[in-house]
Design a protein around this ligand. Structure first.
Ligand SMILES: [Zn+2]
Length: 116
């Protein structure tokens, strides 16, 4: 693909590294970003940088956290004796969205494949 600007090409190349995002989708994102106010695009960039630089992992369960212990491990309402072993964060989010599980987790961080 020929790009009218090396800045656009660089942004397309970076965005197309996301899973499921090809060059065409990345180009649509870039065109969208160019239509936004600079302050809004800066907010997005800062959120991504803050996320990557500051995200922590709960020292008890391995879930993502802003603090040493995640909100789930820190909650007195959770049954600490009931532990659900999950592959990664997506499983925690899916189970939490059901609102039915009252225990805690052990997040393997994608190091374990249930199939294997
Ligand atoms: Zn935790």
């Amino acid at each position: 693909m020929n790009y009218p600007s090396t800045l656009i090409e660089e942004a397309v190349n970076e965005l197309s590294k996301f899973p499921g995002v090809g060059k065409k989708s990345a180009m649509r994102m870039v065109l969208h970003l160019l239509k936004q106010e600079v302050v809004e695009v800066n907010k997005l960039g800062e959120a991504i940088i803050k996320l990557r630089n500051n995200i922590r992992y709960c020292t008890r369960c391995g879930n993502v956290s802003d603090t040493e212990l995640c909100n789930i491990c820190n909650s007195p309402k959770r049954d600490q004796q009931l532990i659900c072993v999950v592959e990664d964060l997506r499983d925690v989010i899916a189970i939490e969205n059901t609102g039915q599980f009252t225990g805690t987790y052990h997040v393997l961080g994608g190091l374990f494949s249930p199939v294997n």
